[in-house]
Design a protein around this ligand. Sequence first.
Ligand SMILES: [Zn+2]
Length: 186
Amino acid sequence: MQTCDICHGKLRFMNKFRYAEGCVCKQCYKKASRQFTETITGKSYQEIQALCDEAQEIPESFEVTGRIGNYLLVDERNRKICIVNNRMAKRQATAPDFYQIEEIQNCEISGAPHMDIGEIERKILEREEGIVKALKVKITLKNVEEPMEISFFEGAVRIKSFAFRQSFGFAKRIVDEIDRLQELCT
Ligand SMILES: [Zn+2]
């Protein structure tokens, strides 16, 4: 009898969903497809496993109404955000963090060397030379001294590289989304 690659439950004829490297059961398919909103046929075992882990860690009370990459989940109805464990940037897996929008004081892009957002955008546009050594979104909470950080990379990355442009795009979308949510709450 064939079993699910993730939970090792039995796979039956109508309870079998194919991804790039094998099959999963319906429960795991639900998690890996982000509640049936994405196809999994092109996803690798590693990707499927990461998605299932992520789904496992999100309580049912958190209703995902939006997401930005694998970094941020939004529950607009309950005015919450979830900072998803970022396995790409962190060596060690950590549980996702949940925050109420009202708890957020400030949200900004930060990097090393110190970043002027306008200048970075201009450099990206003009495909100029330049190196960035770290890129983060810093989220400061009310009554908490240490800011939360979503880290995209650490180590030298060329500004004109695709990796940088993509990360910077995500960082901007996160800041814009949190701004938007904060406006909804005021
Ligand atoms: Zn399964």
